[in-house]
Design a protein around this ligand. Structure first.
Ligand SMILES: Nc1nc2c(ncn2[C@@H]2O[C@H](COP(=O)(O)OP(=O)(O)OP(=O)(O)O)[C@@H](O)[C@H]2O)c(=O)[nH]1
Ligand SMILES: [Mg+2]
Length: 646
């Protein structure tokens, strides 16, 4: 709606029960849930106080939102104010909002009282009881608003479906008895598709349609029919029409069915017009004598003709004989009504202060000739001579001319235009500066000679066949590679075989790291290298060949060969695993650190971790949903069972 009312965007009003459920559930979800009686009492109090405050805040916010979103009857256009008054009962509406406001204050008061009481709570149990009482009282207050909330929701739904009538726009308002052809007319004038039926009270509420006239936008409003009786006896349906007639500054089109097909005598229709005429004060009024296709004016009974002739004498009202079926007179009537309204609106605007203000600000310039003298254009006498001189002057050869002349060979040289004291300096090199240093200062003056020498050397090498050797070595290379492949394969096979031999049956190999302590002990005893991995009993560990062999080799001991015995050429450890362990790098916390600084690094690591550990200690607020969809939050409506689990 362009005029500032947005009745369509009011938030849904939940029924009391759902309102309470969702608010309590929110408290449950958003506040800590674990407290212990051994904790300091201040913490216990804070825990429950938070729950009370949080619930109050939520109730408060939701109620406050209702109060701000539902329009206040005093603040909106009188048309809407009255229409809402008629449709929803002004008193009921105001009372409902008033009670919501009271409920809001009561909830605030409850929270305040219990917050005070909670300060004296001396045990978890008492604090909990106080919290329960506070929440319970708040819920009771909301529960009492059940009827109001339901009513407001109905109002909200109805409001959102009200036609978007702009009370200030250019409007044609159709009025008359039921069944005279108002809806037929709006369907003719606009694209509104209002229901047309041959019985009374087809239209039961206001309808709006839009049309263009004189490049302006117009709204046409169809109203329910009005019966001829006293104001007090009118029903809600009729009252809507009366409200529109009373408050909208529109051109009124009053329709009279002269064929009496609608079931109402002409006399009654004219009587109604006279009765509601005060509502038309200061508005352009057109009367349509409708359905002339059924009964033309001439075929009316003499009494009726006379009555209408009398009626025609009414001052300030224009009459048109029309038919919605043959469309006779419809456009004349519409144009006249619109024109009249336009004139009236312009006059009203000019009367207002706003128009004055605009005229004061706008100045419309109206040029006037200063005298009657004829002033033809003048060409100075020496003009041809000046032109000749200009032509005779030698032409300047521009850079563009040169470019066109030279075509591809052209090079833009901006230096030639430089105006220097010594003209030859124009071609000087300009020092190139990079990071505050002159680049030429860093150029090796002999770089070119050095490069030449290098190139000469390269050439020499190429000539002497230095680079040709590569191809010949290829065959040798391949042999070595093949051999390496065979060796690698053999090694792999042997490794696998050994593993098969040595695998303890039914017992997992003990990972080495678990034996740290024992290992060091063994090392202290000088047995470090003899730990038999994967076996439990270290005392029974066998001496392997390699380490001994190595030691002896260190001492140049000839007996080394004898220890292995089986092979004369290769000295090999009996444990392949062991023999390859030294290939693994140092421990992760030692790699990249100097050995003497390992301790220090470890200390630093622990220190850095300390704060993190302290901060991430799990507390009561670390609420985790082990169950991602806790039943009580997702299981929808509850049955008749207890609700005390909150
Ligand atoms: N012959 C004829 N019938 C018409 C004319 N205008 C309306 N009607 C008929 O009159 C009947 C009532 O027309 P509506 O347009 O529904 O009348 P209404 O004033 O909107 O009636 P309510 O909505 O009940 O107040 C319908 O059957 C129309 O076809 C007309 O100019 N000539
Ligand atoms: Mg109608």
């Amino acid at each position: 709606m362009s005029f500032g009312y947005n009745f369509k965007k009011i938030t849904v009003v939940q029924p009391a029960k759902e309102f309470i459920d969702s608010t309590l559930s929110k408290t449950q979800r958003k506040t800590p849930t674990v407290i212990h009686k051994h904790l300091p009492i201040s913490r216990i109090r804070g825990f429950y106080l938070r729950k009370v405050k949080y619930t109050q805040q939520n109730f408060h916010d939701r109620l406050e939102m209702m109060l701000t979103e539902f329009p206040r009857l005093e603040d909106i256009h009188p048309f809407y104010s009255d229409l809402m008054g008629v449709l929803y009962d002004r008193d009921h509406y105001k009372l409902a909002l008033g009670q919501i406001s009271t409920a809001k204050h009561l909830i605030d008061a409850v929270a305040r009282d219990y917050a005070r009481l909670l300060k004296f709570g001396d045990s978890l149990y008492r604090c909990k009881l106080l919290k329960t009482a506070a929440l319970g009282r708040m819920c009771t207050i909301v529960k009492r608003q059940k009827a109001n909330l339901e009513y407001l929701e109905e109002v909200r739904q109805h409001l959102s479906r009200l036609p978007s009538i702009d009370p200030t726009a250019r409007t044609l308002l159709l009025a008359g008895f039921p069944n005279v052809g108002k809806s037929s007319l709006i369907n003719l004038l606009t694209r509104a598709d209002v229901e047309v039926q041959p019985y009374a009270f087809t239209t039961k509420s206001l309808y709006i349609g839009h049309m263009d006239y004189k490049y302006l936008k117009w709204q046409v409003i169809d109203t329910p029919g009005i019966l001829d009786h006293e104001l007090e006896e009118r029903n809600t349906i009729e009252w809507q029409s009366v409200t529109a007639l009373a408050h909208l500054k529109a051109a009124i089109v009053y329709i009279v069915d002269i064929s009496e097909q609608c079931g109402t005598p002409i006399e009654t229709q004219i009587a109604l017009f006279k009765k509601i005429k005060p509502l038309f004060a200061n508005k352009p009024v057109c009367v349509m004598l409708n359905k002339i296709d059924i009964t033309p004016f001439e075929q009316l009974t003499p009494e009726n003709q006379e009555m209408i002739n009398d009626f025609l004498k009414t001052e300030g009202v224009k009459f048109y004989k029309t038919s919605n079926v043959s469309k006779e007179g419809i456009m004349d009537m519409r144009n006249a009504a619109c024109d009249e309204l336009l004139v009236q609106r312009v006059e009203a605007k000019l009367r207002g202060r706003q128009a004055d203000n605009i005229l004061n600000r706008v100045y419309v310039a109206q040029p006037k000739s200063r005298d009657e003298v004829d002033r033809p254009s003048v060409i100075p006498g020496n003009a041809p001579q000046l032109r000749e001189e200009a032509d005779a002057r030698p032409k300047i050869r521009t850079e563009r001319d040169i470019e066109l002349e030279l075509d591809d060979e052209y090079m833009l040289d901006l230096r030639k235009t430089w105006d220097l004291k010594n003209a030859e300096e124009a071609a000087d090199a300009i020092p190139e500066i990079w990071e505050g240093k002159n680049i030429t200062d860093f150029v090796d003056p002999d770089i070119m000679t050095k490069l030449a020498a290098l190139e000469a050397e390269e050439e020499e090498r190429a000539k002497s066949g230095f680079y040709d050797l590569g191809g010949e070595m290829d065959s040798d290379d391949e042999e070595i590679r093949d051999l390496a492949k065979v060796i690698r394969r053999k090694r792999k096979i042997r490794k696998l075989e050994e593993r098969v031999d040595r695998a303890p049956i039914g017992r997992a190999a003990l990972p080495r790291k678990n034996d740290k302590q024992l290992e060091t002990n063994m090392q202290d005893l000088g047995l470090g290298e003899h730990i038999q991995r994967g076996r439990g009993n270290y005392k029974e560990s066998i001496h392997r060949g390699r380490s001994v062999a190595r030691k002896r080799m260190k001492h140049n001991d000839g007996d080394a060969m004898e220890v292995d015995g089986d092979s004369g050429s290769v000295t090999r450890s009996k444990s392949r695993n062991r023999s390859q362990s030294h290939v693994r790098g140092p421990a992760r916390n030692q790699s990249g650190v100097r050995p003497e600084e390992v301790g220090k690094a470890e200390k630093l690591r622990k220190k850095a971790q300390k704060n993190i550990n302290q901060d991430s200690r799990r507390g009561e607020a670390d609420r985790r949903f082990l169950d991602k969809k806790p039943k009580h939050l997702f299981s929808g409506k509850r049955g008749n069972g207890t609700t005390d689990r909150r």
